[in-house]
Design a protein around this ligand. Structure first.
Ligand SMILES: [Zn+2]
Length: 124
């Protein structure tokens, strides 16, 4: 996710804040000259640094992938050698897969489709 886009920045910033129980766990808390954005009075002084901070957190804390969600729901399912379910994601979550829309011809590239970030249902 590219946090230089304001829309993404705000979304990821909110997601980051939601995962922190206490403000002192927040990366913003440690950045000099910044205060937690959970406080309405606080504004990041340096926008560039604020974006970089959120970008870093976003990269380190990706949203859940489809594969992660699948194995949470079906813990007994056996992953294939790529660590993803033995079918194309598009066949059980919908969406599109560039690699094998329906067929099982080329299984390996479906690693990529399983490892995409899940689209949150309550997003936006
Ligand atoms: Zn696929």
């Amino acid at each position: 996710m590219d946090c230089r886009e304001t829309k993404n920045y705000l979304k990821e910033k909110r997601r980051m804040c939601d995962t922190k129980k206490y403000c002192n766990e927040c990366p913003f808390y440690d950045v000099e000259g910044m205060d937690c954005f959970g406080s309405s009075a606080a504004k990041p002084i340096n926008a560039k640094e604020a974006i970089a901070t959120v970008q870093k957190w976003s990269d380190e804390n990706p949203r859940k992938t489809y594969a992660q969600d699948f194995f949470e729901k079906f813990p007994e399912a056996k992953p294939d050698k790529e660590g993803v379910p033995r079918m194309c994601r598009a066949n059980c979550y919908g969406g599109s897969c560039q690699h094998s829309p329906v067929s099982e011809v080329s299984r390996v590239p479906c690693k990529a489709c399983w490892n995409e970030e899940m689209k949150a249902a309550d997003d936006e």
